[in-house]
Write a protein that binds this ligand. Structure first.
Ligand code: NAD
Ligand code: ZN
Length: 371
């Protein structure tokens, strides 16, 4: 298994490893067994992941003599809600978990965020392991311990910081992922280049297309680079008191677009982030701190990959700038009534600021939805 790469997330009390490579699901038992007690592990997955990959995982666990039970949720962001949480809590409590039981989040960011949150509150906290199966989850949501659900007030407003014990990112699992989902995950990969690594962005400009088209080698390289970038930031600032906020680049705009589209299939999270990152570049240009050339280069790359870069790229959607602004003001990145923004001086050079007036944001939104 020389193809498996191991990264460490260093945290004082709950550090853990991220393993990235092919066929990790088929061989999961060897990595899981040191971490799982004699209580049956509870695998939480969704209907799509179950259909494509569950048997590989359960076969491995059977071979490794690891007892397990499975809860399969309907696929979709709807599960990340109070109702979804309540249903899942009941389903788990029915299985009579104990303090040394382990939850296994086997799916994309929805399963991961929901399972992680649940692990943090059930019996006042039990272990959980992430086996992410979407590109987005492998490069972003499975790492760093942010868990949570959406409410009618906005995205991820209820949740906790709760770290997994292990992350197993099986690159082979991505072979069944629909292209639109792959692209959405790709947007979060681009984010790592934009926030702090211009060379990586340029590498993506060269390699993004074959990566999304199926190259295992390029995917693995990009997943490892992304995990490394995220692990480095999280290790220094687990609770987002400082630079971890850079990971929210494009997200304040993105979340408001998602809220307006009802967190639905109409606009996937990664697609909203793609548009949001371009809007953050446009706002930086508008403020005179970033060159229009960099903003154009970013938009061109995302668009060439097939990602949306403007709110008006979302089909059958009319936008209202006041409604978007209202969502932005409800986002949790608001401090002393002022919204916090991640702006940029250019590709790879982002920074956190609250020096943005509402009038500037309004002007940007009006322009963005008019194009
Ligand atoms: N916690 C964090 O730090 C963090 C970071 C980024 C995003 N997120 C959250 O992640 C969520 C989005 O995650 P996502 O994009 O993975 O969405 P998702 O979990 O809804 O998965 C997308 C779709 O792909 C399907 N799927 C998953 N794996 C598959 C596979 N291997 N083959 C075929 N189909 C598969 C799922 O069933 C679903 O239909 C959002 O709720 C977002 O807020 C969290
Ligand atoms: Zn995101």
């Amino acid at each position: 298994m020389t193809q498996v790469e191991t990264l460490q997330v260093d945290l004082t009390d709950r550090g853990y490893q991220i393993l990235v490579g092919p066929n990790l699901i088929c061989n999961a038992a060897q990595y899981l067994s040191p971490l799982i007690s004699d209580k049956p592990a509870i695998i939480i997955t969704d209907s799509n992941v179950s259909q494509h990959h569950l048997e590989k995982l359960t076969n491995s666990m059977k071979d490794g003599d690891i007892a397990y039970t499975v809860i399969t949720l309907p696929a979709g962001e709807d599960q990340k809600s109070f109702k979804g949480l309540q249903n899942l809590i009941s389903a788990i409590l029915d299985k009579k978990p104990e303090r040394n039981s382990t939850l296994i989040a086997f799916g994309g960011g929805v399963v991961g965020d929901l399972t992680g949150f649940l692990a943090s509150i059930i019996l006042r906290g039990i272990d959980f392991i992430q086996i992410p199966t979407t590109l987005l989850a492998q490069v972003d949501s499975s790492i760093g311990g942010k868990t949570g659900i959406n409410t009618q007030h906005g995205k991820n407003l209820v949740g906790s910081f709760y770290q997994p014990r292990l992350v197993l990112s099986d690159t082979t699992a991505l072979e069944t992922l629909p292209r639109r989902e792959l692209l959405a995950g790709y947007a979060e990969i681009v984010k790592y280049g934009l926030i702090g690594d211009k060379n990586f962005f340029e590498w993506l400009e060269q390699n993004g297309r074959p990566l999304v088209d199926g190259s295992q080698k390029l995917r693995k390289h990009a997943i490892i680079a992304s995990c490394r970038a995220k692990a480095k930031i999280v290790s220094k600032d687990e609770k987002e008191l400082g630079n971890r906020a850079l990971l929210n680049f494009g997200h304040t705009f993105g979340h408001s677009l998602e809220a307006e589209t009802g967190f639905s299939e109409k606009l996937l999270h990664g697609e909203a982030v793609s548009i949001g990152m371009v809007m953050a570049f446009d706002l930086s240009v508008q403020k005179g701190i970033c060159s229009p050339k960099d903003a154009a280069q970013v938009r061109a790359h995302l668009a060439s990959m097939g990602l949306p870069t403007r709110p008006t790229d979302v089909p059958n959607q009319t936008w209202c700038s006041d409604a978007l602004l209202k969502h932005m003001a409800q986002d949790k990145k608001v401090h002393k009534g002022k919204m916090t923004f991640i702006l940029t001086r250019g590709i790879g050079d982002t920074f956190i600021t609250s020096e943005v007036d509402n009038t500037e944001v309004k002007a940007l939104l009006a322009e963005a939805i008019a194009v």
